[in-house]
Design a protein around this ligand. Sequence first.
Ligand code: GLY
Ligand code: MN
Ligand code: MN
Length: 504
Amino acid sequence: MADSTQSPAPRATTNRSTTPSSDAFRSFIGANWAERDSALPAPREQSGFAAARRDRLSALYPGITLIVPAGAPKVRSNDTDYPYRAHSAFAHLTGWGSDTVPGSVLVLAADDAGHTATIYFREGAGRDSDEFYANSDIGEFWTGARPSADHVAADLGLVTAGIADLDAVLAGLGTEAAMVREADDELTRTIDMTRIRATHVDENGNFAIVANGNPFEDRDIELARDLSELRLVKDSYEVHQMRLAVAATSDGFDDVIADRAAIIAHPRGERLVEGTFNRRARADGNTVGYDTIAASGAHACILHWTRNDGPVVPGDLILLDAGIELDSLYTADVTRTLPIGGTFSPVQRRVYEAVLEAADAAFAIVRPGIRFREIHATAMAVIARHTAAWGLLPVSAEESIKPENQFHRRYMVHGTSHHLGIDVHDCAQARRDLYIDGVLEEGMVFTIEPGLYLQPDDLTVPEEYRGIGVRIEDNILVTASGAENLSVGIPRTVADVEAWLARG
Ligand code: GLY
Ligand code: MN
Ligand code: MN
């Protein structure tokens, strides 16, 4: 790839540009292109849901203009970027997912009727510009054609405007504004300056000293909190997306099982596990919601093992924690721990069944009205009971579960559950009162994922247990009267896992 950008962007590429610049070339490449199809799409399925979410947000912020950027692409190295992903709050409020035009900004402008929502974005450039062939960052020869404002307006059911029009909005912003700060650093700086200028400029036009840091940051933090809390209960579109994400993830797990012989034969079998799962994601038009954890043998005791460079050896267990993210950006988050040779050894089975019992006990209590924290407490009572019975704890299980002790947590240092949705760790800025101390409601989706990680060098653990790591992670929907395990179709009992491997 040779870059031909003439922009002063700090990407070191102009030293190798070979783009012709003669007028003759410009007029030749700018002419003789067929008309584009300008038919407008019907509104996408999620547009009505996104409008309802915006209405709920609007009601919380009368008189305050809200700015939710999709975010700019993030540099991976010099002039190559990470795959683009819109900020989750932007996707939630617009319904625009993997096809979001990078750098777009949703503005909910406060007015007498509440708010008017507009997406500002960079429309496709005409053939009369040189952008389409000469700009490797955004030109359509380089990154593909962008949609028109009319197309996006019809698709998302939203008012749209060119990104250049955002300048006028920002200029008139004043102090009654809040923004999502972490999506687009440059825009955050601009909006901070605009708001500070509105209140902190003296009669000579100089900035007064702003005491106590940025006076607008607190309101932005409140907005982040409210946007997170808006996602605690999923609407029917989101629940359907979660079902689809889990189904796609199930197919990825099946592929890994089917590839078992090649995985065992390869010196870096963990990479093959990751590659096979991720290939399924890509082949189906999806991606992964987080880096796949393919942790074989004692690597399973490393909670976020993503280096995935070890062998996969019969006799060991492999912990596969993987989830597929759809175009809508909703992701599954599923873990299965599998005996590579096809059957669990007695000690592996003992550990596995303890974790499964913890998962099942936690699932059994889920229904609207209980507190989120009770799920963890229920799982931990089982983990404490088994680790005590195996002689790992210095006290009884009853003593260990007291808050001042918690010795069993040496073998499972993570929590049992997190909300799940557009982010794998969804609703992350929600208040503690609504999260760990919150009461479950119908429509919530979260994981139940107890584990036991018996480190290979842990002297409290009998030798036969050392190096065994097990996690079983399912995706749970709270229903009107209880709960549904969305990932129950991915085998999880000892018998079902062994039968799955035998089939594969
Ligand atoms: N995959 C990360 C987690 O389970 O939370
Ligand atoms: Mn998880
Ligand atoms: Mn996980």
